[in-house]
Design a protein around this ligand. Structure first.
Ligand code: PRT
Ligand code: MG
Length: 214
């Protein structure tokens, strides 16, 4: 029987993917939030889940260590999408990529074409492209988390980060000043697996797309 490996991250993507998996008749044997296992079986002997960091999902799928996975558009833009077929926007884990600054910072004045800005972010490619379009010179400071702290302690003038409720910005005295792109999660499929494992993959992709529309 054809073996199938699905790459997922813990947290919001896993939670919002469960109903889609269920629509395809796939039920994980364990909850990765409570289990320490990185490989989780399902009700199908030939289908397993691998639990990886959200930003590592495209890499596992690109190299065929997983046949398909689910990744945020933020992660996919940064990764570049090489070797990945991206057939479906799942409309889950939605948020917005925004520029944010300390309340009261005159962003309009600081971001006129030709000016120079220090920007802290986990998304250097997205940030660089955004500011290049505006003609703003940026010094990008790469961070791996807690971007909201950077302007508060003078590490940067601005951050580029994901905003969902806006609660994190508000709690830290920051405000969103520019919308860059809407983010949701997409299905990513290994291009070779799509051909060699089409028989097992096709019904799952169909079930996912029907569940998304529903
Ligand atoms: O946590 P880890 O470092 O392992 O990786 P990760 O943070 O990339 O993973 P995870 O599970 O937190 O996020 C996975 C995916 O969910 C991301 O790649 C996005 O596509 C999507 N997503 C949706 C979000 C959010 N909403 C979101 N709000 N990812 C992160 N956030 C963070 C944001 O960075 C900020 O710190 O939540 C905070 C803001 O939330 P609000 O509600 O306070 O505005
Ligand atoms: Mg996180």
């Amino acid at each position: 029987m054809t073996q199938l490996t699905i790459a997922l991250s813990k947290g919001r993507i896993f939670e919002e993917t469960l109903p889609l998996l269920a629509a395809a008749g796939i039920v994980p044997n364990e909850n990765p939030e409570s289990s320490r296992k990185l490989i989780i079986g399902t009700n199908h002997d030939n289908i397993q889940l691998v639990i990886v960091r959200a930003s590592d999902v495209p890499t596992y799928v690109q190299y065929g260590a997983a046949d398909f996975g689910i990744a945020g558009k933020d992660v996919l833009i940064e990764h570049g999408g090489e070797g990945l077929y991206q057939p479906l926007d799942l409309n889950i884990a939605k948020c917005r990529m925004m520029v944010a600054v300390c309340k009261g910072f005159d962003y309009a004045a600081a971001s006129v074409a030709g000016s120079r800005l220090r920007v802290a972010t986990k998304y250097p490619n997205i940030a660089a492209e955004h500011f290049a379009k505006k003609g703003v010179h940026v010094d990008i400071i790469k961070l791996y988390g807690s971007m909201e702290l950077a302007p508060l302690v003078g590490l940067s003038d601005a951050i580029v980060d994901l905003v969902s409720t806006g609660g994190t910005l508000k709690a830290n005295g920051l405000e969103a000043v520019e919308h860059i792109v809407n983010i949701s999660s997409r299905l990513v499929v290994n291009k070779a697996a799509l051909k060699t494992k089409y028989d097992v993959l096709a019904p799952i992709l169909t079930a996912f797309s029907e569940a998304v529309v529903a």
